[in-house]
Design a protein around this ligand. Sequence first.
Ligand SMILES: [Zn+2]
Length: 279
Amino acid sequence: MGTQLLARGLKSSECGMVWNVERPRDVEAIHLAYRNCGCDLITTNSFGGSRFALERHGLADRVAELNCAAAQLARVAAGPDGWVLGDVGPFGDFLEPVGDITADELRAAFHDQIVALLEGGADAVLVETMSDPAEAVVGVEAAKACSIKVPVIVTYAFQKTPSGQFRTMMGAGVAAAVQQATAAGAEMVGANCGTSLNLEDYVELARQMVRAAGPAPVIVQPNAGSPQWKDGRTLYHATPEQMAETASKLLAVGVRIIGGCCGTTPAHLAAMSRAVKAA
Ligand SMILES: [Zn+2]
């Protein structure tokens, strides 16, 4: 979603969620491009939709409006057979004791966001790009407090240490991160985005995720390869064919839901969908 909003002219300093009400046809067109290229699940345009994240754009009083609109747009584009994942991204700061925000304050903020996403028609909640398992747990708790029936997915952003281990920015390893999410009640766990992981890294990470997750289905949404920076822009170079090959490998190691994060486009997802559905 972020990749596509930027491609349509959003400035990286701007709040993309405003487009849910000011440029809804653009957001809808992005959803439809994904839905029509073979995606069964589409994700709402609400990554920075908590009160704390919206506050940075002076929009803290529009949580309900912008999140409900996000879910409504995705709901229409998904159609009766598609799933809408209500997107909840990091609140953008640190929980106590490192930062100033308490778990109770964050739970209330996530709760307000998720209420609006469910009201707008989300089928499940995707707590994504998490670095701190404690924040992920708060996200799961907030979702379950909204509805015990709503499936909750937690995905973490990993990086690779010099010794070759996968760790979140906050230092959590794969097994611990997975365990905390499922213990809190997440039905599905996995990884998305990440820092400078190449496509083979995602396959190895997926292998470790599947092992750690036990019976919980695993979801992986890789970036389109490791990013490169040129003229102040972030570029992702993996081709649709390379992403399709990666998708097949993810499926083979036991991943059950496959998508794409930064740099992936409908062309990438179309190739990935074809590869997965032919398997
Ligand atoms: Zn990403």
